[in-house]
Design a protein around this ligand. Structure first.
Ligand code: ADP
Ligand code: MG
Length: 722
């Protein structure tokens, strides 16, 4: 997909019409300057039809005037008055302040960025209508950056609500409105839903809905539009969800047409590993491995998401899947998002698999060039069957001889592009192989793909899983290994920090081990690092009788490995760490964790961190230290949830309600199926309907399905084929 506007798309490269082109166009390319096209592209508007679905963010009510005397702070209103004062002040910064007078009542208008023309428009004596949110300012009631226009006594009021569109710097509402109005007039707006389906679902007509949202009629109340409960919004939200469901279904179906090596269980290496393990698999582990094993045996690429709470034992399942591929003569890649996690996997899998004659190779970005080349050579030659590492494994210079299975841990931390790169790895290897074999008989040359197993400890509520992962098969480990004692969570305000110090000291003196986690500060890694270093100094000085280690992301890999190994071996009793330990650290003897400034962390992160303790038989505790002053409502709600629940799925469900899905999945994930209008927290019912309708359309109305996808997804072409 081109990120640039296409003022003159060539017929071959343009998918659909550009904003500037298209039959029946009233706006010729000459009329939309390239600068405007670039700004439209920033808003995701590349085709003229995208304008139709660029819907108002909110509406301004200019249908009546509020007397200034009745205006309350917090209200968004339209007022009218005479300018009786106009002044530019320079403190604290250049500001235009005007006083609007209506009888004895007054209201101030304040502008931080303004043009001389604006200042003139608001000259003393002018009659002005201003729309904006009122608030209490220094002089009394004021509006910051209101929308203003000069009026005379009989300037009529608007008769309907005015849409306010999402926009970008330098693109005015007026221009956007003009372009959108034009598109509404020029483009056909056929309903993509077959009439009987639409009627049965009691959905509003598409064209009517669209016109209404862009130009509300006078009888419509602002509130049903603002909270998006109006039938017109319902229709648009339904359409959006339907498009998402359709694209995922289509993708799911296409997968069964693609080709992957069939890797049937041989029970040679896998059974050998099971026989050596000091524990038996839980029922849940057995169940998910059976699902994976079955998928691997198919000649189509598996795309399975393995969900399991922190500590549920996903690693052993991954190891079994890897062995099944390896015992069929295919290579396996195991990737993790951080060096620490990847390294833990490397150590664990080496311990399990070396006795079976499988030696993993380690590949990470921090290896020296020579070591990296050596590792890449072992992978390319097929000398190693298992490569473990960070995203360095995705890089172009790494080629596999015959990659059969790619395992991605903490998959939500990786982006769409990286998943794409992975698939291409298998393709490359298959190409080489068929070339080496003379290749001609292989009609599907270069089409062979690796199976994919994605793992995640981020429990995903049902609506999200259905929506974002409808293209994946999902396995869930819903049971923890036996013998775990639940972690006790304590909320402690910062004022009682000393007590926490003492608790750490006592626990460590008794032979337990503890983590002290420092949070990310203001999104700055540098600041986080500084806090971690200072905390380490502080704790080292406070506890001369303890050995205190320090682990953070900027530590040279060898040093980091040494610290982690020392902690694991029990040589260090206390580990001060940044959130790098969030994933994958496995030290069963560690039974106390202090999370400093816990109020700054997200719920998923807190849950992950807490999962680092309670891995052994000892009673474990997690202390959440928080700053009691400056605690926001949201932070308070988060701490309450994490305090009350230890069930990852329950926590995720609450998190969804608290924050909405975008943040829960992380920005990177959002490319797949970003929803602009529907809200998974609120529109569960619509989602259910959309899911059923997607199946119905694909089965009975494939033309309608195609038209619908074209309308909603033409712009996101690449994402549909991840
Ligand atoms: P996660 O799902 O968070 O990746 P791990 O795979 O790291 O969890 O497993 C957590 C711990 O539980 C490890 O020490 C692992 O060896 C252990 N474990 C895994 N499965 C079992 C089991 N069936 N019985 C006992 N311990 C297990
Ligand atoms: Mg894990």
């Amino acid at each position: 997909m081109s990120g640039n506007p296409l003022p003159n798309p060539s017929p071959a490269s343009g998918r659909g019409r550009s904003v500037a082109e298209g039959e029946g166009s009233l706006v010729t390319p000459a009329k939309i300057p390239p600068a405007t096209l670039a700004k439209l592209a920033k808003l995701g508007i590349r085709h003229r039809s995208d304008l139709l679905l660029h819907l108002p963010l909110r509406y301004e009510d200019e249908t009546h005037l509020a007397p200034i005397a009745t205006v309350q702070p917090g209200e968004t209103v339209q007022v009218q008055g005479i300018v009786t004062h106009n002044e530019v002040s320079f403190r604290p910064r250049r500001t235009l302040v005007c006083r609007l007078q209506e009888g004895d009542d007054e209201l101030y208008l304040r502008f931080l960025n303004f043009y001389p023309s604006q200042q003139k428009q608001l000259a003393v004596g002018k009659q002005i209508r201003a729309v904006g949110e009122a608030r209490m300012g220094y002089f009394g009631l004021e509006m910051v950056h209101p929308k203003c226009r000069a009026v005379d006594d009989d300037t009529p009021l608007n008769t309907s609500l005015s849409p306010v569109y999402p926009t970008t710097a330098g693109l005015s509402q007026t221009i956007l409105r003009k372009l959108i109005t034009n598109a509404l007039e020029v483009l056909p707006l056929p309903d993509t839903l077959p009439e009987p389906v639409r009627k049965r679902l009691r959905l509003a007509d598409f064209a009517d809905s669209l016109r209404l949202l862009h130009n509300p009629t006078p009888d419509i109340s602002a509130s049903t539009l603002e909270d998006r409960s109006h039938a017109a919004w319902q229709r648009i939200k339904f359409d959006e969800l339907l498009a998402q469901q359709l694209s995922m279904r289509v993708h799911h179906r296409e997968r069964s047409k693609r080709i992957a090596p069939a890797l049937a269980a041989q029970h040679r290496l896998t059974d050998a590993l099971l026989a050596k393990l000091p524990f038996a698999l839980t029922g849940a582990q057995q169940k998910v491995y059976a699902e994976i094993s079955h998928d691997l045996a198919q000649p189509h690429p598996m795309q399975r998401l393995l969900l399991g709470d922190v500590g549920s034992g996903k690693t052993i399942v991954a190891a079994l899947a890897a062995l099944q591929a390896i015992e069929n003569g295919y290579q396996v890649a195991l990737m993790a998002p951080t060096e620490i996690l990847a390294e833990q996997h490397y150590l664990k899998l080496s311990e399990w698999l070396e006795p079976l004659g499988v030696s993993p190779v380690w590949l990470s970005g921090s290896l020296k060039k020579k070591e990296k080349t050596a590792a890449a050579e072992r992978i390319a030659s097929g000398d190693t069957m298992l490569a473990i590492g960070t995203h360095a494994l995705f890089q172009q210079s790494v080629e596999f001889r015959n990659l059969g299975l790619a395992i991605v841990d903490e998959q939500h931390k990786f982006g769409v592009q990286q998943r794409l790169a992975l698939r291409a790895k298998g393709t490359q290897a298959a190409k080489d192989e068929s070339r080496n074999n003379g290749g001609a008989e292989d009609a599907e040359e270069g089409r062979n793909e690796p199976h994919q197993l994605m793992m995640s400890a981020t429990p995903i509520p049902r609506t999200l899983a259905m929506s974002y992962y409808a293209d994946l098969d999902v396995s869930v480990i819903d049971e923890l290994p036996p013998g775990r004692t639940p972690v006790v969570t304590k909320l402690v305000s910062d004022g009682r920090r000393d007590e926490v110090f003492e608790r750490v000291r006592v626990a460590c003196m008794k032979g337990q081990q503890a983590y002290w986690v420092c949070p990310l500060i203001d999104e700055s890694e540098a600041l986080q690092l500084q806090t971690a270093i200072e905390t380490h100094q502080l704790l080292t000085a406070a506890f001369p009788e303890l050995r205190v280690g320090l682990a953070h992301g900027k530590l040279p890999p060898a040093e980091k490995a040494a610290v982690m190994a020392a902690f694991k071996a029990g040589e260090l009793q206390l580990l001060v760490a940044t959130t790098v330990i969030e994933v994958g650290v496995d030290v069963p003897n560690a039974s106390l964790m202090v999370i400093d400034h816990a109020e700054r962390m997200g719920l998923a992160q807190l849950h992950q961190l807490r999962g680092r303790v309670g891995r052994g038989a000892a009673e474990s505790m997690c202390v959440l230290l928080f700053q009691s002053e400056k605690l926001s409502e949201l932070a308070r709600a988060r701490l309450k949830i994490i305090y009350e629940s230890t069930d990852g799925f329950e926590i995720a469900q609450q998190d969804l309600q608290l924050r909405g899905p975008g943040e829960l999945l992380g920005a990177r994930q959002s490319g797949v199926a970003m929803l602009r209008f529907a809200d998974l927290g609120e529109d569960e019912e619509l989602l259910d309907q959309a899911r059923l309708t997607a199946d119905e359309l694909l089965q009975h109305h494939p033309e309608a399905a195609r038209a619908h996808l074209q309308r909603w997804m033409a712009n996101k072409h690449d994402y549909l084929h991840v």
